[in-house]
Design a protein around this ligand. Sequence first.
Ligand code: F3S
Length: 403
Amino acid sequence: MQLTAEEEAMLAGKRGPAVAKAMEILVALGEIYGAKRLASVASVQVAGVSYGNLGQAGLDFLCEWADQGARVVVPTTLNPAGMDLQAWHEMGIPEVYARSQLEIIDAYRAMGVTTNCSCTPYLAGNLPKLGQHIAWSESSAVSYANSVLGARTNREGGPSALAAALTGRTPAYGLHLDHNRQAGLVVDVNCQLTSTADYSALGYIVGPKAKDKAPYFRFHGRPQPGLDELKALGAAMAASGAVALYHVEGITPEARCRHALPGGAATMAIASVEEGFRALDGNSQAIDLVWIGCPHASLAEIEHTVDQLRDRQLVAKLWVTAAREVLHTASARGLTARIEACGGRVVADACLVGAPLREMGITRMATNSAKAAFYLRTQQGVQVRFGTLAQCLDAAVQGKWLA
Ligand code: F3S
């Protein structure tokens, strides 16, 4: 791989041992994947934040790099943690978990990372431009950045993203290159989709069928998807498959480029998304907690939640997860207070897949996110109901899932 003089100097340790180690990681990765050079990145999003996923070994690794003087050189944000970093006590997070989680955040802060934690950094001030190279980690954020924004990123692991943040570089292979951004599967959606849960269910169906191909969607029903629907679609495909890029005819930026749809792509047609609902929905009647905001909710989604709550009092817990910046705007507009008046909360920084749910006594949940439903069941072992926002809010009001 061709390195510039500056990159050679970093590799030789001229900027300290942590940067040298970071360059070693990037060069090794580039050689494995046949990269010819490193690309400069405009921003980084680092996964490997929740204590539930990182554990003590991960915390020790981060502290070691921070102690060696490692500092990021491009704007860098974090994936969600396992709790709200400020309101963890109100969430019922055990103190021993919270202390370790906060140590992880301190280590990142010492490296110069912006420590607001979200899987929607693009809703919180980190908005890459069309064609920019970035190094992001979280699968739904990667999908959104590649597909909806037209930025370029592979799905980075925690160490490779941190290495990119310390050096400002990433190996130029995979989705950084034009020819890997072509669609390989045309998906004709012939049914009408009316909720973000519908798009989530669609993504859950298409993800495994796409395999390593980028899907090219043609939506033949009305209305066409907006940004929240695209966010849900991409998150679900990244969870059920490994889709990191998709195109939508007439909507996403690269669908207009010649490279997006080469001749000879396979096709599939979708007549209904019921299969997705059936696969994700469980059978628990009682509900402890309803989770909205996977990926983290936009302001519009918080507004819809308030509208559909209609000031009803809740029996089950309702948590709406969002980036802290979005929470601030929602608070300024009185939306957070409306949710709290019903007995719910808007929670910043957190992903409940990484939260200590069982220790908090939560075993039965409902969500309108296919990704949340999938990981809550497979990683947390909780019982999950999957449905529309209206169904989830009704469940929060009744404390049980209505048939
Ligand atoms: Fe975000 Fe966690 Fe969902 S990282 S996409 S809230 S599973």
